[in-house]
Design a protein around this ligand. Structure first.
Ligand code: NAD
Length: 414
């Protein structure tokens, strides 16, 4: 299959830059006079949010604010929020906050257009049609949810968080203003920022899947010629600016580059998808209740080490984008890339093993089984993943020892 095909699914308008938040009220009012906000509870109390609300009133709009959806997004709380909002008859939803608030806004806009319960829509392409229009305003540089077709929810009847993936969930408009991330504390900056880096790297290394001529495509189609440049630029910016944004939260250039990178990575993975760091994080997150980005970031060096024999060329190209010194043969350059990524994770203070994260070795079978069940992620891994390979990734990550992976991996190159 030719790799020279491409797919991008994006909001109809993306605004980016310092000051972009001033456009939110006008853009929302463009959809109608009833504007509902789904806001992170902390951000709801900030002057910036109050200013957006006041500007929306100044435009003659009526508003409703939902600011009490818990960050894990329990399915019951999401459905309650949608029911509370239903009588208002919102013309548009504005999601304002980190990935949790944006995902909550996506799910509320889904439920206002289509009947509950939410579990009808779990998985891929199960949303039957357009949702209530959404304007997404991120306040972390991380998830890229402002441009992606996915939202993640906690369902007590399921062992791990569940994704709802559909092009209908892509926000109509994304407004990305780095100013809104300036108040994010170091931990949030680090975990959200490394998650964006994982989006960039996994979208760049995802296997190409799509037959671009097919009538119906999966939501996530693997890497292609349109997503690749976005992934590489996002990785370059994050490698340079994430440690700076953590050490010096007031550095406007670092914040701007992080916001831009997380947006670009979201555009890339929103079509290409992500793979094994995400597949393993879902059960790990459920077991340890640790932040999503902490888990995906910690796992990434192990996942790349496992796939290095299959994709040395791509990892070498990624290293060039990161500005690494291109010495040695392709394999050596690929190894240098994985080492540099492990170094980035260490520099921003991530734990280096699953044991440090609170995982027990007795969890191995459950983690391996559940990770393999995340088909949308496993199917676009750089090489086929079976129980043995997933187990080897777990073992190496548990011990904090990437060298263990060199014994078990079959070299996939012809
Ligand atoms: P978050 O939204 O969970 O927020 C984490 C904390 O940071 C909260 O306490 C919040 O109040 C605070 N916060 C957010 N912005 C702030 C700011 N500017 N100043 C001060 N505090 C701020 O964190 P997140 O990393 O943005 O999102 C994580 C969630 O996103 C996870 O649930 C994950 O599943 C989901 N996610 C979604 C997608 C997607 O495409 N839909 C992609 C990746 C992750």
């Amino acid at each position: 299959m030719s790799e020279h095909i491409g797919l991008l699914r994006l909001p109809r308008e993306v605004r980016f830059g310092f000051g972009a938040r001033r456009a939110v009220a006008g853009l929302a009012a463009g959809f109608g006079e009833r504007v509902a906000f789904v806001v992170d509870p902390f951000l709801a109390e900030t002057d910036d949010f109050r200013a957006v609300l006041a500007e929306t009133h100044d435009r003659g709009c009526r508003t409703e604010v939902i600011a009490d959806v818990p960050p894990e997004l329990p399915v019951g709380a999401v459905q309650d929020a949608a029911e509370a909002l239903r009588p208002f008859g919102a013309d548009v939803i504005v999601g304002y906050g980190g990935g949790s608030a944006l995902d909550a806004a996506k799910l509320v806009s889904l439920l206002l257009a289509h009947p509950a319960p939410l579990d009808r829509y779990y998985g891929e392409n199960a949303v039957p049609g357009p949702v209530t229009p959404l304007v997404a305003v991120p306040t972390t540089a991380g998830t890229g949810s402002e441009v992606t077709p996915v939202a993640v929810v906690s369902d007590p009847s399921r062992a791990v968080k569940v994704g709802i993936s559909s092009p209908h969930l892509i926000p109509a408009i994304a407004v990305v203003d780095p100013e809104l991330t300036m108040s994010a504390p170091a931990g949030v900056t680090a975990y959200a920022g490394i998650d964006a880096f994982v989006h960039a790297v996994e979208s760049f290394t995802a296997a190409p899947l799509a037959d671009v001529g097919a009538e119906r495509l999966p939501v996530f189609v693997g890497r292609d010629v349109l997503t690749e440049p976005l992934s590489l630029e996002a990785a370059r910016l994050i490698h340079r600016s994430l440690p700076v944004a953590i050490a010096n939260p007031g550095d406007r250039r670092a914040r701007e580059e992080m916001s831009r990178a997380s947006l670009l990575a979201g555009m890339a993975f929103g079509s290409a998808g992500t793979h094994i760091s995400h597949a393993v994080q879902y059960p790990i997150g459920a077991l340890t209740h640790t932040p999503h980005g902490l888990g995906t970031g910690m796992l990434l060096p192990y996942v790349l080490q496992a796939f290095l024999p299959a994709i040395p060329d791509r990892l070498a190209v990624l290293g060039e984008a990161l500005g690494l010194d291109a010495a040695g043969d392709e394999r050596a350059r690929a190894q240098a890339t994985v080492d540099a990524i492990a170094d980035l994770c260490a520099r921003i203070g991530l734990p280096t093993s699953l044991a440090e994260l609170g995982v027990s070795h007795a969890d191995r079978e459950q983690v391996v089984t559940l990770s393999l069940q995340a088909r949308r992620l496993v199917d676009i891994a750089p090489q086929p993943v079976d129980e043995q390979l997933m187990g080897a990734i777990f073992d190496a990550a548990f011990a904090g020892d990437r060298s263990r992976l060199s014994d078990v991996i079959v070299d996939m190159r012809p």
